[in-house]
Design a protein around this ligand. Structure first.
Ligand code: SAM
Length: 295
């Protein structure tokens, strides 16, 4: 069977159905089977593995997933793609397409219904670039029981997600995702493997869920409030960012200085130099005086 992900077959399918791309839905389809092999290899799929895909498009990645995994459930928001997928994926009996915005779906419930009996669950997707972060955060925060994610996204976002302290890419997104997972860029993808070509370079990132979060904190919500506040203005010191971002407390600045001392963090440091462990100590030290600041 000829791959969907070739320029000729993709063009044939698009013409057959008179399909026009919607930029607003992040529709950039893969037209290079080599990239798809690399994605499925990175995810280490086998017949014991269930896969959730977000945005199957015309099925380029979906068919590779169906060939290597036990079962694939794919969420697609664009109704116009449903008859196309029905046609292109007809050779595979282990794929289910759900017509839904993944951000509005009860993914946990669907996992319970669709993947009973599978020993592993993976998320594998070429994500729509306009909503990469909300999709990743939803799946992490709602505690969908997947082992890992292998996802294609903008290279710039992949770099921020996997960034280490002390780099200019490191920020509250790195912390939010590394709190739940070990994040690594698997490989970089050139623009030429997409139709139409996006304006930015892409990367495939591998997120492996940790058994327990990277650090233990009194309150997760407050920890994330503190990390976001610490990066509000990157050039400001941690003391100045926290003073302007945390809501009014009694003798605010003094309480923050005291918490920084307790956490053994110099007030003149910048957020980008703090490790997750230091943010955890700081958040716990600030918590008694500022727990009402949770955003
Ligand atoms: N997987 C295909 C491929 O690699 O060729 C298509 C990937 S394309 C980058 C993103 C896909 O996500 C599109 O098919 C788009 O319609 C779909 N999509 C966009 N927003 C979505 C959402 N909120 N929920 C589900 N699917 C969405």
């Amino acid at each position: 069977m000829k791959d969907i992900a070739t320029p000729t077959r993709t063009k044939e399918i698009l013409e057959k159905y008179g399909f026009s791309f919607k930029k607003s839905l992040g529709q950039n389809f893969l037209i290079d089977p080599n990239i798809l092999h690399r994605i499925t290899n990175t995810a280490e799929l086998g017949k014991d593995t269930g896969v959730i895909e977000i945005g199957p498009g015309i099925g380029a990645l979906t068919e590779h997933l169906a060939r290597t995994a036990g079962k694939v459930v794919a969420f697609e928001i664009d109704q116009r793609l449903l008859p196309i997928l029905e046609d292109t994926l007809s050779p595979y009996d282990n794929v289910k397409v759900i017509h839904k915005d993944v951000l509005k779906a009860d993914v946990k419930q669907i996992v319970q219904e669709e993947f009973a009996g599978f020993s592993r669950l993976m998320i594998v997707a070429n994500l729509p670039y306009y909503v990469t972060t909300p999709i990743i955060m939803k799946l992490l925060e709602e505690k969908v029981p997947f082992e890992g994610m292998v996802i294609m996204l903008q290279k710039e976002v992949a770099d921020r997600i996997s960034a280490r302290p002390g780099t200019k890419e490191y920020g509250s997104l790195s912390i939010a995702i590394q709190y739940y997972t070990e994040a690594e860029v698997a490989f970089i993808v050139p623009k030429t493997v997409f139709m139409p070509q996006p304006n930015v370079d892409s990367a495939v990132i591998q997120l492996t869920r940790r058994n327990t979060p990277a650090v233990q904190v009194k309150s997760e919500e407050f920890f994330f409030t503190v990390t976001r506040a610490s990066f509000a203005q990157r050039r400001k010191t941690i003391l100045n960012n926290l003073t302007s971002q945390l809501s009014e407390g009694k003798e605010k600045k003094e309480s923050i200085v005291q918490a920084l001392n307790e956490a053994e963090i110099a007030p003149s440091r910048r957020g980008e130099s703090l490790s997750l462990e230091e943010f955890a100590r700081l958040s716990d030290a600030l918590y008694p005086a500022f727990s009402s600041s949770v955003q």
